[in-house]
Design a protein around this ligand. Structure first.
Ligand code: MG
Length: 508
């Protein structure tokens, strides 16, 4: 079916016509099918699978990963041929680039090391949970030491230029280096500190809001979330919504993108903004050009660009006064307790700011401090300038310089995130890159005069703009190329700083 679709393109714009690329795409189809299966198995594991199913699921996913590796390594000869082709379309060049990246990883990182890494993650999972519960880093320390050691080996095998950490950063955000991140954070962090200090001094911030403790009826909240899905034009027949403890988005296929949400029973904005966040991720996948389905380009290009979409909708759109005005009548209709609060109060509730020690509870003004710190720690762990036993005290000292508060326990400090226990080094910076790109979008859309959200039509306008300028391309361009196409420049934190300045210094 897919080949047919690709060939049928000859009638209009033919994005894949080079015979070597067409052959490469045919050979890629089993890999796409395995990715599809792995995604579905992963989604099911979180949503439906009985506990005891974990063992068989783990083995099956490992086998699928191995088959993907074999199939990818088999593309080497064709890729060499593809590399010599001239006059390729941008999408054809993209296919070569993305496939080469996958091949490069499998060629350089031996399967034994991948297996060791998997074993180390599996071994660390329970100790991390227990250590966090007891707030005792010692229980987790040897497992994390093993993981850091293996991640350093993995990074070294990938032979990055410059800092060893660059190899891991490149896996989540193609092309990004410690030089880029040093530059970004050196503008972003001082800018945020100034805004936070000024807004605090001038008493512009709302730290706590009575709505944070108000309980809601889960059925009523489900109605709210369904209305939000409609407002954001989530296509009913190509997506679905489920409930899970940690909300996530899973792309099964271009026409099958699934999100989850949670209902804690109080503080309704938590459920609402997690829904909008995941919609942002899902809409990106849903608006990738369908011609790119079953090719290596049919997905979001990087973690950072992905996160920019979720954060654009969640923070820049969802927490704006315009959005409050747009959804207030619907919220009030479904959540009776809101009759005691007007639009300004709901806006204040959506935008409370407090210096939380916990990253996932952080607001948009202080969130990037948490990331800047994790970035510094990961960089130092990778180059060996700090070691795992130093982590708890280094963590506490650093967070104190950012937030002026010190954790009382390791549970409030170094043990709070699951990421390192599953080997996710180099992913935290993506969250800040996402915020940075969202800030660039804010600037761009203001310039284009479409910043006002004065009705459902404006949401549609944003979606169309994002589809045409960003979503549509999937992974055709590198993140840097994509940013240059849209903004005429690479990652620039200035827009985010200006956005936060205008928003929080105008509070009250
Ligand atoms: Mg996200």
């Amino acid at each position: 079916m897919q080949t047919q679709t690709l060939q049928q393109q000859s009638s209009s714009k033919k994005i894949f016509s080079n015979p070597v690329i067409v052959e490469l795409l045919e050979k890629y189809r089993p890999i796409a099918a395995m990715n599809h299966s792995a995604a579905l198995l992963g989604w099911d594991m979180e949503i439906n699978m009985p506990e005891e199913g974990a063992r068989a699921r783990g083995l099956t996913r490992a086998e699928l990963a191995l088959m993907t590796q074999t199939k990818t390594l088999a593309l080497e000869g064709l890729l060499k041929k593809a590399d010599k082709q001239k006059d390729l379309t941008d999408q054809e060049k993209g296919v070569v680039r993305v496939t080469k990246r996958a091949l490069n990883y499998f060629q350089k990182v031996p399967p034994e090391l991948v297996e060791e890494l998997e074993k180390a993650y599996a071994a660390a999972n329970m100790p991390w949970r227990q250590a966090r519960e007891k707030s005792d880093f010692i229980l987790y320390k040897p497992y994390l030491e093993r993981i850091v050691e293996l991640k350093r080996q993995e990074a070294a095998k990938l032979e990055p230029s410059g800092h060893l950490y660059n190899a891991l950063l490149d896996l989540s955000d193609e092309g990004i280096t410690t030089n880029d991140l040093d530059r970004i954070f050196s503008t972003l962090i001082p800018g945020l500190k100034i805004i936070l200090a000024k807004a605090t001094n001038d008493h512009l911030l709302t730290a706590d809001h009575p709505l944070e403790t108000v309980k809601y009826d889960v059925d009523a909240m489900k109605r709210v979330n369904n209305k939000l899905l409609q407002l954001l034009e989530m296509p009913e027949k190509r997506s679905r919504l489920d409930v899970s403890t940690h909300p996530f988005t899973s792309r099964i296929a271009g026409d099958d993108v699934r999100i989850t949400v949670r209902y804690e029973g109080a503080d309704f904005k938590a459920s609402m903004f997690s829904l909008i966040h995941e919609c942002g991720h899902a809409l990106y996948e849903l608006q990738v050009d369908s011609e790119l389905d079953f090719t290596p380009l049919g997905v979001g290009v990087s973690y950072g660009v992905h996160e920019s979409q979720s954060r654009f909708w969640e923070n820049i759109v969802g927490r704006s006064m315009d959005f409050v005005r747009l959804v207030y009548p619907m919220l009030r209709e479904n959540l009776a307790f809101l009759s005691a609060y007007d639009e300004r109060q709901v806006y204040a509730y959506f935008n409370t700011v407090k210096t939380s020690l916990i990253r996932v509870d952080a607001d948009e003004l202080t969130y990037n401090f948490h990331i800047a710190m994790r970035y510094e720690l990961e960089k130092k762990l990778l180059d060996g300038s700090i070691s795992v036993p130093d982590l708890p005290s280094t963590w506490n000292n650093m967070i104190e310089t950012y937030l002026g508060r010190r954790p009382n326990s390791d549970a409030e400090g170094v043990l709070q995130d699951i990421h390192w226990s599953w080997g996710a080094f180099g992913i935290f910076p993506s969250y800040s890159l996402g915020n940075v790109i969202a800030g660039m979008l804010w600037t761009k859309l203001r310039k284009d005069g479409s910043q006002r959200l004065d009705g459902k039509e404006s949401v549609r306008k944003y979606l169309k703009w994002l589809r045409e300028n960003l979503h549509h391309w999937g992974a055709t361009y590198t993140p840097d190329q994509l940013l240059h196409r849209i903004f005429g420049k690479g990652y620039d934190p200035e827009g985010l700083v200006q956005y936060l300045e205008q928003k929080y210094l105008a509070m009250n």
